[in-house]
Write a protein that binds this ligand. Structure first.
Ligand code: PLP
Length: 230
């Protein structure tokens, strides 16, 4: 399948998942995860009309961003070391992996210095797997209250990763848990403005994530491939 066909195919699957769950497909946005592929393929992804790109390593992503002249809207989706923050603030509009207050503080400091605002997702480890990053669900409220002191970091929603599984249905409770947590936090009025966004769903499980309320899906393998082909 060509890139254009893959985009079409993903869009149809998102629309079908929205149909099954009574959602509006316009609420679901796709991030093309280009972390596996070259600058050339990343350029062709942008040229195909995809606006949102996801990367997870500053050392690879920053040269790519520079080669592409900063076109597109960039999402940082991996574990972020505080000392790398200065390299990505001003280039990446969204950070999906906010998982500690010291990172929020560093993002705030660097964003303030550049006059930028960083949008962030609080990463939550809903599944409880030891291998997963993110804070515990029960820590989210206190985290968000503390993070209000960092005005240049705008937390727009929550992010999670589901356990890897051949059966996407097993991921459903994790995605549902993230949505319920967001709704609870909003009902309590924990943040100044309600958290609207849910970043959840990857190539193997995005349809279930959409059914459970994802507003951003992060698609690498299925959409842009792993680099052997365009
Ligand atoms: C790599 C990655 C993805 C994309 O994974 P695929 O299964 O290739 O779609 C999504 N989210 C995060 C956090 C990732 O690291």
């Amino acid at each position: 399948m060509s890139l254009q066909e893959r985009i079409q195919h993903v869009q149809e699957r998102i629309e079908a998942a929205c149909g099954r769950s009574g959602r509006n497909p316009a609420e679901v946005r796709v991030i093309a995860v280009t972390k596996y592929v070259s600058i050339e393929i990343t350029r062709s992804v942008l040229e195909s009309g995809i606006l949102h790109l996801g990367e997870n390593r500053p050392g690879v992503a920053v040269p790519k961003w520079e080669a592409l002249g900063g076109q597109g809207i960039w999402h940082f989706i991996g574990h972020l070391q505080s000392r790398k923050v200065k390299d990505i603030v001003g280039k990446f509009a969204y950070i999906h992996s906010l998982d500690r207050l010291s990172l929020a503080q560093e993002l705030d400091k660097r964003a303030a210095a550049t006059g930028a605002e960083v949008k962030a997702f609080l990463q939550v480890n809903v599944s409880g797997e030891a291998s997963k990053q993110g804070i515990k669900p029960e820590e989210a409220e206190a985290f968000l209250r503390e993070a209000a002191q960092f005005p240049h970091v705008k937390i727009v929603g929550l992010m999670t990763m589901a356990p890897e599984s051949d059966d996407p249905e097993l991921t459903r409770p994790v995605f549902r848990g993230l949505r319920e947590l967001r709704d609870e936090l909003n009902a309590k009025g924990v943040t100044n403005e309600p958290l609207t966004e849910l970043s959840m769903g990857m190539s193997g499980d995005f349809e279930v994530a959409v059914e459970e309320g994802a507003t951003w899906v992060r698609l690498g393998t299925l959409l842009v491939g792993k680099g052997e082909e365009t």
